[in-house]
Design a protein. Sequence first.
Lengths: 109, 209
Amino acid sequence: MTDKDQTIVTSGGHGRFPWSHVIGYIFSLVLTLVALLMVTNHVASGGMLLFVILLLATIQIFIQLFFFMHITEKHGPAYHIITLAVALFFTFAIIAGSLWIMTFTQVSS
Amino acid sequence: MAVDVNHSVVKSADHGTMLEYSTEDGALKILGFWFFLAQDMILFACLFATYLILHNRTAGGPSAMQLFDVPGFAAETFILLTSSFTYGIATFQMRNNRLKSMLIWMGITVLLGLSFVSLELKEFITYVLQGATISRSAFLSAFFTLVGTHGLHVTLGIFWMISVMIQLVKRGLTPVTARKAFIVGLYWHFLDVIWVFIFTVVYLTGVMK
């Protein structure tokens, strides 16, 4: 480690304390606690509660991606974002498609 | 053998130097790992789809409501969330060229990972002792496959992280070891993402009335 590197480190302003990580961590704890307490205290009915906890989980995914996985960093074009978007589409197609197609077997059986 | 001056130094406003992106090779391997994560996401999508279809098919055996223990899975969740955070700090320390501190945070992450896996194993053993084995019902097959696949990923991640720590101790922070450490981090945060959905879709809906 040369002195030159040390100067680069501190020039960023945020180099001394990982604020963004702490904020991300607090957010993820709060989101998890809210989801947990909403379910254990039965604050809403089935469908509505399911929607809210899925929403909380989705927000939490974005927190992981932005605060911990440094998704905005890239070297050249952002191919990783395109790949993730395609994978998300497949994820949706597999889960929603499977659930949808299985509704037909329940009718016939 | 810390910083090779021939490599271009990639800087970020928040994180100081970014050794892991400093070579074309490193940047490409990080991109390649995002591709792996994308396909791993599809693997979990298939397991989630299977679980969602089968979660009510208990074949007279124990149901999710009877099995799942709220303090147990809540503890697993908070441990894994914390370990994702501690690895984030390890990456932060790496980018500030603080190898020793980075290794300490990686060590904490490994310990948290180990406690997560032991809690999960304890949970599985409790279920099996109650007769809720993987072959008992379609619900339990889907449950053990989904949660077990995630647990295997975490177990692999622990061994992987330890081996990267050994390399860091031996070789110090180089563009290669920094890239390896960054990629293990991506993997670890990704496992936390998957767990958030297991927590929500499997456990929370399992205990929902």
